[in-house]
Design a protein around this ligand. Structure first.
Ligand SMILES: Cc1cc2nc3c(=O)[nH]c(=O)nc-3n(C[C@H](O)[C@H](O)[C@H](O)COP(=O)(O)O)c2cc1C
Length: 251
């Protein structure tokens, strides 16, 4: 019996080691078509997907990300917010759309559109037996990525996605998520501090066990520790400036 989409979601884990087996053009097309059928704010379709097969371009993008699987994969996608086509329509129709795509709301709309399309691609790829990993690391140098991919104004790279057949030695298991009741609030948000902290503590213990088991006791980190370490550093402080340069979030 074919597995349900629910089952598929429960098996997800990021894959970072792939077999040397390129995706066919037909599979690439199907994946993009799956992405395109995601819901899109007001039918705006404010994204594009750039497929990268050229090893030299992959190598250049790997210099930005620092991650080997940007090169070693079956195929690489780069997801961009794209209002370039809207800027052309604006010119052609003599419209007054700049306020829309240069606003904070325009940025949110574009980012949401990109994420929905990308997750459709990811799920479809996983359904076909491929593994995927998202690559926010491409935002380490947005200017460089824009140069490598010839991105015009009103186009902003959000993340990449490596896709491929998981290598045989990529053993692992899905990472446990936060407790259901911590993430799900019915009718109203429950900000009860004691309850929230208790749930986080429980999750911290589970994640600590998970890392201890996976690394034979080498790594023993709670989720809270991981999050504090990561979120206490100011990551990519140039992003607002880069967005402005590309014609985003000016209003
Ligand atoms: C937008 C986004 C960007 C990400 N960027 C990277 C990345 O640059 N490198 C990487 O190895 N994983 C990256 N990931 C994968 C996350 O680390 C991973 O999804 C998370 O740790 C949960 O693990 P799982 O996907 O195996 O369940 C990214 C995920 C998302 C959604």
């Amino acid at each position: 019996m074919k597995q349900s989409v629910y089952d598929l979601t429960q098996q997800h884990r990021s894959i970072r080691n792939f077999k040397d087996e390129p995706l066919s053009d037909e599979v690439v097309k199907q994946l993009v078509e799956a992405g395109q059928m995601a819901s899109t704010s007001s039918y705006i379709q404010a994204y594009s997907i750039i497929g990268v097969r050229d090893p030299e371009i992959k190598k250049a993008l790997k210099e930005v990300s620092g991650q080997q699987y940007v090169v070693d994969n079956g195929y690489l996608f780069v997801y961009v917010i794209d209002y370039y086509r809207h800027s052309l329509i604006n010119e052609k129709e003599n419209g007054n759309m700049n306020t829309s795509f240069e606003s904070a709301e325009g940025l949110l709309v574009g980012a949401i559109d990109v994420a929905l399309a990308a997750e459709n691609v990811a799920l479809t790829a996983e359904d076909m037996g491929y593994g995927v990993v998202f690559l926010g690391s491409l935002r380490n140098d947005v200017a460089k990525v824009s140069e490598i991919l010839d991105l015009p104004e009103h186009v902003f790279p959000l993340f990449g996605m490596a896709v491929g057949i998981p290598s045989d030695n990529d053993q692992g298991s899905p990472k446990q998520r936060l407790p259901f009741e911590h993430v799900f609030h019915e009718n109203k948000y429950n900000a009860d501090k004691v309850a929230q902290l208790e749930q986080i503590e429980r999750y911290d213990k589970d994640i600590q066990n998970y890392y201890e088991q996976r690394t034979n006791g080498q790594r023993s980190e709670t989720w809270s520790e991981q999050i504090v370490n990561m979120m206490s550093q100011k990551t990519r402080p140039d992003i607002l400036e880069r967005l402005n340069q590309k014609g985003f979030i000016k209003k």
